[in-house]
Ligand binder design. Structure first.
Ligand SMILES: NC(=O)c1ccc[n+]([C@@H]2O[C@H](COP(=O)([O-])OP(=O)(O)OC[C@H]3O[C@@H](n4cnc5c(N)ncnc54)[C@H](OP(=O)(O)O)[C@@H]3O)[C@@H](O)[C@H]2O)c1
Length: 293
């Protein structure tokens, strides 16, 4: 079995690393905030003092960080992941970041004699814990085939979508629908509620109706009770909407529903709700409709 490394042990990365340990892999990990890694260290993960140390220790290094700025920070500089790469090593970034930066990074990785895959995931904390996460992969097909068995330890659906940068593009194309669907769902609930239907009843009908995507099924009930900790907060959601809008602008593809849903995320931030799950767009619309929580 290849020796693995994991950089970025937050909500998603920490749980992925756990699945890799549970599958019997040897794992070295790094997180900017070391305390968050304690549970994994107790479960047998080794600690790398820097991203570079992790890449030096591993045959295949994974990263899962918040955004493009975080990825620049863990990959660049003398202690960065790139400095620890060399021939025969593979680097897999699973974060949702700028496709342009992801592609640039793959060239820098190639210059080190190593290979990179972009492998963002679609799903949530729950999907991940249930082992049902989908992984989209960009990069060389032969490298993809080498890493595929490890991806399958994270989730059951693994799809090679094309060259470097295209998986993260596919991920952005997927994620714009999350906020759009949540806003449309909120419109339906509020229309029903202001007409005299109990909010609980409207939610029950909608999450069992033809419009109930997996996301609407698990996030729809958040309009009745928001989770204490966001599954995917407003800032994170807006990061993906902005990436989609940038891409749309670049390719001359209008994204009208993305643009409108994005404005509701801006409104949520304006209302101080940025750390809440993005399902809070419901509350923004409820307030505009004269309906209280
Ligand atoms: N949550 C979801 O449902 C979900 C689903 C699919 C995909 N994703 C994607 O997965 C990625 C990670 O999301 P998450 O939910 O796991 O977020 P998270 O819990 O906030 O974790 C973010 C990770 O990035 C690290 N980080 C942030 N800024 C950094 C910086 N400047 N330098 C170094 N490390 C930095 C954090 O380190 P610290 O611990 O030190 O802060 C942490 O390890 C994102 O790209 C997101 O879009 C999330």
């Amino acid at each position: 079995m290849a020796t693995l490394g994991f950089i970025g042990l937050g909500v998603m990365g920490g749980r992925m690393a756990r699945r890799l340990l549970d599958a019997g892999h040897t794992l070295t990990g790094y997180n900017r905030t070391r305390s968050k890694a304690q549970g994994l260290l107790d479960a047998g993960m080794s600690w790398g003092d820097t991203p570079r140390a992790v890449a030096e220790a591993a045959d295949i290094t994974f990263s899962m960080v918040a955004n493009t700025a975080a990825l620049r920070s863990v990959t660049g500089g003398p202690d960065g992941l790139l400095a620890g790469l060399g021939p025969n090593k593979i680097y897999v970034d699973m974060s949702t970041v700028s496709p342009v930066f992801s592609q640039e990074l793959s060239q820098q990785v190639a210059a080190k004699g190593a290979a990179m895959l972009d492998a963002p995931v679609s799903g949530s904390v729950i999907t991940l814990e249930e082992g049902k996460l989908s992984v989209m992969v960009g990069g060389d097909k032969a490298v993809f085939e080498k890493v595929k068995p490890i991806f399958l330890d994270i989730g059951p659906k693994v799809t090679h979508v094309g060259r470097n940068g295209l998986a993260v593009t596919m991920k952005i194309a997927t994620n714009l629908s999350l906020a759009v669907q949540m806003l449309a769902f909120s419109e339906g609930v509020l229309l029903a509620e202001k007409s005299g239907i109990q909010r609980e009843t409207a939610v029950e009908v909608l999450v069992n109706s033809v419009i109930a995507s997996p996301m609407v099924k698990y996030r729809g009930p958040f309009v009745l009770e928001m989770p204490d900790e966001a599954w995917f907060d407003v800032n994170m959601m807006q990061k993906d909407m902005n990436l989609a809008l940038e891409l749309g602008h670049e390719l001359d593809i209008p994204l009208p529903t993305t643009a409108v849903a994005n404005e509701f995320l801006t409104a949520a931030r304006g209302m101080g709700l940025d750390k809440q799950d993005f399902a809070v767009v419901f509350e923004v619309l409820a307030q505009m409709s004269g309906l209280k929580k």
